[in-house]
Design a protein around this ligand. Structure first.
Ligand code: MG
Length: 457
């Protein structure tokens, strides 16, 4: 079990992320990847310079050369890592967490995120204290590179139908959440041919405009603005720009699984193939992908698993239900800017408002809960849950992460251990609210019973 690594890197407050810890962990990471060139970027948090310099010191001490991109979106760092053939990458960002947090998102070759399992190997090196440090004569340089954002934007423009967007010149409101999007998105969407109004576009590590996670509650200002200005759509990013959500022309909040499904529709029209997603993703994506001639390939929850699978199989698209889509021609990381550009392109190409495009997708209802995992062995409890769930008649079981049961007709339920807390997450989805709620309460009760039996020491 990883002590520090979560689904994508090491996240914490400054009590954990001291300069000593960051430098040591990055030296262990450098040893793990065997040296070479590492690209480094940060979001807009107040702790960014402290954490970044500690990270760079650790990387150089263990023989890496560093390309410092400065403040850069996570998808820009992932793009640059892949484009430049770097041995690895470090993104100093806590994504959508509150401002007092920070984190190290670590990537290996091709900008593929370091999964929890690989993180465990790095932790072992870190805890052993046995890291070969470079001699004075072997120490490499740090180079500043200022063009990554420009090149990333150009790559997005090259893969988007700019002509179709320019013809319609949609009016978009961009809520950059005081994060990295402010220095990237307004210019990109003007170049794409949109009329742009911005909210919270100034970089500010206190996130004064709104909380960094683009939830429905947090983007109420954007919703009000889209309505007041009669804009065609609103777009909001999280702190590091990998996640994006949309607000339609009526002020309706569009859930991440719907925009992901729309992206699958766009992508599979451009070319057929597999869409990689996590077992926690709703069936709207699956139905849309299968109808468009694609197929779904499920991986465990966590962005690095999506990246690993896509690089291995040549899948045409990947993503998570929270509003992050991976476009492999750009990078193997979730790219909130490419995703937004493609959604804008689709409204222009189809000549339909976003609410219509979303309304044409299949509708599902979901219900979520969690069950305390108790003090017993979580793996043993999970094995018991899998055994009991597998007995369900008529359901198709998938044990990629926890256990997911798919029922005929599109309803499904999943129970999986949380990666960060002592819980089992239970999640259900169905075509009616009643059915989703009934499924959730039935399977939540089963999990509670099993934890009651096996979840004690
Ligand atoms: Mg993020």
């Amino acid at each position: 079990m990883a002590k520090y690594f979560g689904t994508y890197g090491v996240r914490g407050k400054l009590g954990l992320l001291t300069p000593e810890f960051v430098s040591g962990m990055c030296a262990a990471f450098a040893a793990y990847i065997g040296g070479g060139k590492v690209v480094v970027g940060t979001d807009t948090r107040t702790s960014r310079e402290m954490v970044k310099h500690a990270a760079i010191a650790g990387l150089i001490s263990a023989g890496c050369e560093v390309v410092d991109l400065g403040v850069a979106a996570s998808p820009t760092v992932e793009f640059e890592a892949k484009r430049s053939g770097a041995a690895g990458g470090v993104i100093v960002t806590a994504s959508h967490n509150p401002p007092e947090w920070n984190a190290l998102k670590l990537m290996g070759r091709e900008g593929i995120g370091i999964s929890r399992e690989k993180g465990e190997a790095i932790e072992k090196v870190f805890e052993s204290g046995k890291i070969r440090r470079a001699e004075w004569s072997e120490l490499k340089e740090v180079a500043r590179y200022e063009l990554a954002s420009r090149e990333h934007a150009d790559a997005i423009l090259a893969k988007t139908d700019v002509k179709a967007v320019k013809k319609r010149a949609p009016f978009v409101v961009l809520d950059c959440g005081n994060g990295v999007a402010g220095a990237f998105a307004p210019r990109l969407f003007r170049e794409l041919g949109c009329k742009v109004v911005t909210l919270n576009a100034q970089a500010d590590g206190f996130f004064p405009g709104r909380n960094s996670e683009p939830t429905r509650e947090n983007v109420s200002g954007l919703v009000a603005c889209v309505k007041a200005l009669s804009a065609d759509l609103g777009i909001a990013w999280d702190g590091d720009g990998d996640r994006v959500i949309f607000v339609d022309e009526k002020g309706g909040y569009v859930w991440g699984d719907k925009s992901f499904a729309l992206c699958a529709k766009i992508r599979l029209r451009e070319g057929k193939g597999a869409v990689v997603t996590t077992v926690a993703t709703g069936n709207v994506v699956k139905e849309v992908a299968e109808k468009a001639g694609g197929r779904i390939d499920y991986v465990p929850v966590g962005a690095p698993y999506i990246a690993e699978r896509m690089a291995k199989t040549g899948a045409v698209l990947g993503g998570e239900e929270v509003g992050g889509v991976v476009w492999p021609e750009i990078s193997f990381g979730k790219d909130g800017f490419m995703t937004a550009a493609k959604v804008v392109e689709e409204t222009c190409r189809a000549g339909k408002p976003l609410s219509r495009l979303i309304g044409e997708l299949p509708g599902f209802f979901n219900a979520k809960s969690k069950v305390d995992a108790g003090s017993g062995d979580k793996a043993r409890t999970l094995a018991a849950i899998r055994k009991e769930f597998s007995r369900e008649p008529g359901a198709r079981a998938n044990v990629v992460d926890g256990i997911r049961l798919d029922f005929p007709g599109g309803a499904w339920v999943i129970a999986r251990p949380s990666g960060t807390e002592n819980y089992f997450r239970v999640f259900s989805e169905a075509r009616t609210r009643d059915e989703a709620d009934a499924l959730l309460s039935k399977y939540k009760r089963k999990v509670e019973e099993i934890v009651g039996r096996t979840g004690r020491k």
